[in-house]
Design a protein around this ligand. Sequence first.
Ligand SMILES: [Zn+2]
Length: 410
Amino acid sequence: MRRRSLLLFLVASLLLPILVSCGGKKRPPPLPPSSQPSPKKTGRPVSKKPSGPPLKPRAEEGPRIRLLLRENFSSFTVRGSTLAPLLTARAKNGKIILRKSEDESGEILGTGTGFSLVSADPSKLLVLDGSPYRGTIEIFVNPLSAPVAVNEVDLEEYLRGTVPNELHPSRFQQIEALKAQTVAARTFAFYHLGLNVKRGFDVYADERSQVYSGAKVEHPLSDQAIAETSGVIVTYDGKPILSVYSSTCGGKTESYAGMFRRDLPYLKGGVECSDEISPFHSWEANCAGSKIESALNRRAAFGHLRKIETLKRGVSGRIIEMKLTGTKGEAVLRGNEIRYTFGIRSTLIEHLDTGKDRDGNITEIRVKGKGWGHGVGLCQFGAVHLATKGFDYERILRHYYHDIDLKGNH
Ligand SMILES: [Zn+2]
């Protein structure tokens, strides 16, 4: 049975917000959708119940997922809830204050550590700061004392607000590529269910996980890809895989170990990939030595940049270990650290040369490189290319993830 990572508190009245419970139980290991029990449909949240489990609306079937929409916020607005047509949520001194209206002049609807908002009209969605969201919006102080806003929604509906951000269906109309992207995104979500309980959510709604924008980005073609792969996930050894993906690998994928220093058997990398259709397949960039020096001097005494050495390349040819020598110290950068420090799209660097000042300090680094992103797992532009060559989504997934199975109704 599913559980609630945080039981939420409903506004009972203007006077007495009621604490129902504040748990921290871990979710059971995620199951493939086909073996998930169907949650029972419950009534809408009601107020004035001093004890007992919170009543929440549930979908007819399928798992739900919790997305972090706001963390350590000062305020935001929500339209369309049962509490008020328009309310403002503010975080102050470890409490959440809900007011009727957009400013401090509105009457206080409740003050407490947690609220669950549902739509007043089932045919309409809740709107947070102008963006509509399916499901419920929970506003609470998490067990780490951070005020957060979390959208809890059916996992399939979460995909409707995610897939178009990751592979835009207007630009990429190859349905099998969209289906491969959908299954990768669904699997990524499954993998993370229950892994962030202490913070009260499963995944971020941004690049830290997958970019989720709620209902405003839904598109008929990505909806079709989601429906046609309903519930399908990628597994290895019977468990959902960490199905990472990136925009453009640049010709060959990297191993998970190369970029993230942990070996995953289904992400060995070294996969040949044709992604010349990507505008990021090849690129050139100029990096200022001073920016790299600033970043390194923030970590430890480094001084001026004098020397750049490649220590190790991964299976894709990416630089996965690099040594930088400064006038006051040296630094070894690994994996993604390199591209963030240099501010470049990827570390599949084919050519690098430097410009120096009269003192021998590196002032400019000219880079010719390939790809965009970490280059591990599915390559989005490569998937689009394979779809145009007639690969179906399963074949695309098997191209990028090693020794996998698909579970669900495929
Ligand atoms: Zn590629």
